[in-house]
Ligand binder design. Structure first.
Ligand code: TYM
Length: 337
């Protein structure tokens, strides 16, 4: 059987990029009877960027409701909060002790923060906590704990998967007695939507403030967000360059190939940006509206979500606890009797 696993950091409201990059492919994969699926809220990861307990809490609830509204079946999927599994930070420490510092020096997110500090002629380490520096190790613990084969993610996570494999191999090299202790995980990336652009054309990201929320808000708010997508100044009647338009890229992530080809044809034939935005809205709304209705209903019943997550943590720990005991023994930490 193939184990698939993915997580979302609970730092904000889920957006269209999270949906097409991770949630939608993950849920599709979870419906394959040959797969065992593990999906979780990465709330320990969230602490690195968020110092607001209330925001963390509301984001956890929103992301849980999002998964369920998008079709996750908790009977079939092990669905949990990272912070409900004490085994995760425990494994994270064992992995931390086999991870070379130099490997973490190369992590994109950490390097970007250092480069930004240098560009702002500040102390290179300003504002960087050890959580950010060790972020990829915690993510490796998430993945290796369940020996996941495939990890559905957006392209921005490729380096994290490489590091997880690297860390797994180092652990095995030291403690495996000639065997691989962990399954080496592979990213699963949908090339068509590997990086969804945001309103301004950069990668859609909470940190760029250029996101289109998936369910939070109303259809009117979705229409307004689409209205804020940046377009060039070509007038109605002038041909549009679909390949350089984030509006078209977002459309394509939600449409069949033939629908996208037809939309491209209309843009190249001079469709105005206003009409194009309306067409994008209609396409998105038809996919999102039924899920948004379930989302709103779930958000009104947080206790029900809590029950589902408690059950998910129980299922996850039934695997994690015995595996952790094996790993403790491998490094020399088992009890003497
Ligand atoms: P996070 O919370 O930043 O994003 C969650 C998922 O959404 C994908 N994504 C995108 N995909 C396409 N286009 C975009 N614009 C876009 N923006 C975000 C991300 O690639 C990701 O798949 N480190 C992870 C969370 C995590 C994790 C894990 C993932 C923690 N442990 C273990 C997989 C396995 C993160 O911060 O994702």
């Amino acid at each position: 059987r193939t184990r698939i696993l993915t997580g979302i950091t609970t730092t904000g409201t889920p957006h269209l990029g999270n949906y097409v990059g991770a949630i939608r492919p993950a849920i599709e994969a979870s419906r394959d009877p040959d797969n065992d699926a593990f999906f979780f809220m990465a709330d320990y990861h969230a602490l690195i960027k968020c110092e607001d307990p209330l925001r963390l809490q509301s984001s956890r609830l929103q992301i849980s409701a999002t998964w369920l509204a998008a079709g996750l079946d908790p009977q079939r999927v092990t669905f949990y909060r990272q912070s409900d599994l004490p085994e995760i930070p425990e494994l994270c420490w064992l992995l931390t002790c086999v991870t070379p510092k130099g490997l973490m020096n190369r992590a994109h997110a950490y390097k970007a923060s250092v480069d930004q500090n240098v560009a702002d002629s500040e102390d290179p380490d300003a504002g960087i906590n050890m959580g950010l520096f060790c972020y990829p190790i915690l993510m490796a613990a998430d993945i290796l704990m369940f020996n996941a084969h495939r990890v559905p993610v957006g392209r921005d996570q490729i380096q994290h998967l490489e590091m997880a494999r690297d860390i797994a191999q180092r652990f095995s090299h030291i403690y495996g007695g000639g065997r691989e202790v962990f399954v080496l995980p592979r990213e699963q990336i949908d090339d068509a939507v590997a990086t969804l652009p945001g309103l301004d054309g950069r990668k859609m990201s909470k940190s760029y403030n250029n996101t289109i929320p998936l369910f939070e808000g109303s259809s009117k708010q979705l229409r307004e967000a689409i209205g804020r997508i940046v377009t060039d100044s070509r007038l109605p009647g002038e041909p549009k360059d679909a390949d350089n338009s984030q509006l078209f890229t977002i459309y394509r992530a939600f449409a069949s190939e033939s629908e996208s080809a037809a939309f491209r044809g209309q843009l190249e034939a001079g469709m105005g940006w206003g009409d194009a935005k309306q067409a994008l809205y209609e396409r998105l709304e038809s996919e999102i509206a039924p899920m948004r209705e379930r989302y709103d209903a779930l958000m009104a019943r947080p206790a029900e979500i809590e029950d589902i997550l408690q059950e998910g943590a129980r299922k996850a720990r039934a695997l994690a606890t015995p595996f952790m005991a094996e790993l403790r023994a491998a490094v020399g930490l088992s009890a003497a009797r």
